[in-house]
Write a protein that binds this ligand. Structure first.
Ligand code: PEP
Length: 252
């Protein structure tokens, strides 16, 4: 049985006070039970203070992006070792907003993935198709290209210490959600692609769903056999909304 991860991507939202209040609310309401884990990914300036807040709780800390470089003259960038230094365990790489707005290529995402692992962080690799790609019937090709960039650069064994997030771009922040069956189809495909290279590992790797996950659709999505949690944007910004998803995870 794979553990369920409920991960909140706060994106570029909040303030010191708002972030601390949000995490206080989450910690106060963590559901009873085991078999699930909670993660928050605040903006960079708040990582250190949130790290202090979550210490000793059931909530872990992650960042939303990382440099592919280890150190040096890269103005404005943040190295994996720095994230580790302030208490991060996880980092999101290849979010569709990074790919679409900042032009990150799959090769660059693979380099970030490897840099994160080299520093002892668990990368959460985001993959997903746009609406045009889905309508053109190329969803699996898009996912394969994004996944293969990591598999070809780093091999399959790196997924022993990594997470994959399937995030259909058309469902992110739109209120549209993939149905549990639509999501399951892609999750099954991703797991099969990993299994072609290492079947034991494919059974263990966590594959999260992201795209307008909320308390009301989480039970259906999380009950699918290949969906092992959620990467949540909008609904991670209010403690009660995030906890409703955590409750669904605790019931699985
Ligand atoms: C995301 O940006 O990763 C995301 C899934 O956002 P939302 O939940 O708002 O769709």
């Amino acid at each position: 049985m794979r553990e369920i991860l409920v991960a909140g991507n706060w994106k570029m939202n909040g303030s010191t006070a708002a972030g601390e209040a949000l995490v206080d609310g989450i910690i106060a309401g963590v559901p009873e039970g085991s078999g699930f884990r909670l993660l928050v990914c605040p903006p960079f300036p708040y990582l250190a203070s949130i790290a202090t807040k979550i210490s000793g709780s059931k909530v872990s800390l992650g960042a939303q992006n990382v440099s592919e470089h280890a150190s040096g003259a890269f103005t404005g960038e943040t190295a994996s070792a720095m994230l580790k230094d302030v208490g991060c365990e996880y980092v999101i790489v290849g979010h569709s907003e990074r790919r679409a707005i900042y032009g990150e290529t799959s090769e660059q995402v693979a380099a970030k993935f490897q840099a994160a692992q080299a520093a002892g962080l668990i990368p959460i690799l985001c993959v997903g198709e746009t609406l045009d790609e889905r309508e053109a019937g190329t969803t699996q090709n898009v996912i394969d290209e994004q996944l293969n960039a990591v598999l070809n650069a780093a091999g399959v064994d790196v997924f022993a210490a990594a997470i994959i997030a399937y995030e259909p771009v058309w469902a992110i922040g739109t209120g549209k959600t993939a149905t549990p069956e639509e999501a399951q189809d892609v999750h099954r495909h991703i797991r099969a692609r990993v299994a072609e290279r290492n079947s034991d590992l494919a059974e263990k790797v966590q594959i999260l769903y992201g795209g307008s996950m909320k308390g009301d659709n989480a039970p259906g999505l999380l009950s699918m056999p290949d969906i092992d949690g959620g990467l949540i944007g909008g609904a991670s910004l209010k403690a009660n909304d995030f906890l409703a998803i955590a409750e669904a995870a605790a019931q699985i």
